[in-house]
Ligand binder design. Structure first.
Ligand code: SF4
Length: 350
């Protein structure tokens, strides 16, 4: 049961549903929840009132200026700052969630989120006031609050079509939601979590098959995608699992940037040790041997795995240090990027 009722003023009608006998089906994520009158879906923030869907609106729990590298995204306007906002709630309940106070606020009595009332106009005005070029829905799962992002992203792009927008997401977005957002969104960073369907389901409550379909759909719809694997000892780090995962990514495209980051105990997963840097190196080597071109390491005290090398001539083209871009040698033509040495086209928006 929710430990907190969402105030009516933070809800707005959405059309992202279809009617079903005595209820509705929410179409925002692959859970496709059946929601009877007066109830909410699995994420607890999308509610059936009189057989209409009401969804989060008009607030943030966090609004920050963050480097794009912190998301992490390494092939999307390197060196730029983002205006990052989050709401509350999640369609997953991962035991290692780093933002659990925001994501689990309706499930966990210990979680607490401050709702700050704000209009989409105020967020967009702040973006322009600070001369920022990128808006990101992050901190909680953006898929479950995509109508709010749609409004903010649309408004920003109407004012300046060069503004870029994106989600930091678990990737469990439905095709219906992706098509709804398609013209307003430029990137999605997706958390892979595990390539073992039992472990994935145990951690998230979700079905790995649908995540994999979503990743493919995002790429095919030409929305920039980067993937993140939080490497957890004895959970998702076996050679066999990593080989299969990287094979899957390579079969979509060997160009998709992959971030392999180290786990640190958090929330309800306190009994697993920090990921050792040697395991990050091992996973990076497996990914590279599989043929993935852009593989990075993260959450480690080392800059050894944060630079970008041209996948054709092998020369260094972007140098980074602890989540910031130091030297960017990429040749730009509008948003396309090319190696300055061999003119090879680099995947991404530059
Ligand atoms: S967003 Fe997903 S979890 Fe939430 S109500 Fe819709 S289908 Fe269910």
């Amino acid at each position: 049961m929710p430990n907190f009722e969402i105030n009516e003023k933070y809800l707005k009608k959405s059309r992202l549903y279809k009617l079903k006998k005595n209820g509705i089906i929410c179409l925002a994520c692959r859970n496709y929840c059946y929601i009877p009158e007066g109830k909410s879906g699995k994420c607890l923030v999308r509610i059936n009132k009189n057989n209409e869907l009401y969804v989060p609106y008009g607030y943030v729990t966090a609004l920050n200026i963050d480097p794009i590298e912190k998301k992490p995204l390494y092939h999307f306007l390197p060196g730029e700052k983002t205006l990052s906002f989050g709401m509350a709630g999640c369609n997953f309940k991962c035991d290692y969630c780093q933002n659990w106070e925001i994501s689990q606020f309706l499930r966990d009595p210990l979680a607490y989120s401050n709702f700050i009332e704000i209009s989409s106009e105020d967020i967009v005005n702040f973006l322009f006031e600070k001369k920022l070029k990128i808006l990101v829905s992050t901190y909680n799962e953006p898929t479950i609050t995509s109508e709010w992002s749609y409004e903010i992203f649309s408004l920003a792009k109407e004012k300046n079509s060069d503004i870029k927008t994106g989600f930091v997401s678990n990737g469990y977005i439905s095709p219906e939601n992706l098509y709804f957002l398609k013209d307003k969104i430029d990137f999605i960073k997706v958390d892979l979590k595990s390539f073992n369907k039992e472990n994935y389901n145990r951690l998230t409550g979700a079905n790995l098959k649908y995540l994999l379909e979503s990743i493919e759909l995002i790429y095919k719809n030409e929305i920039h995608i980067e993937l993140l694997l939080l490497l957890v000892k004895d959970f998702n780090d076996s050679e066999k699992e990593l080989e299969a995962l990287f094979e899957f990514v390579k079969n979509i495209s060997h160009d998709i940037p992959l971030h392999i980051t180290a786990f640190h105990p958090d929330y309800n997963m306190q009994d697993i040790e920090n990921t050792d840097i040697s395991d990050i190196k091992r996973a990076i080597n497996i990914a590279k041997n599989k043929g993935l071109k852009f593989v990075y390491g993260g959450n480690i005290i080392s800059n050894d795995f944060s630079n970008t090398y041209c996948s054709s001539c092998g020369k260094i083209i972007i140098e980074r240090s602890f989540m910031s871009t130091k030297i960017n040698r990429i040749k730009k033509d509008k948003y396309n990027g090319f190696c300055p040495h061999c003119n090879y086209k680099i995947y991404g928006i530059f």
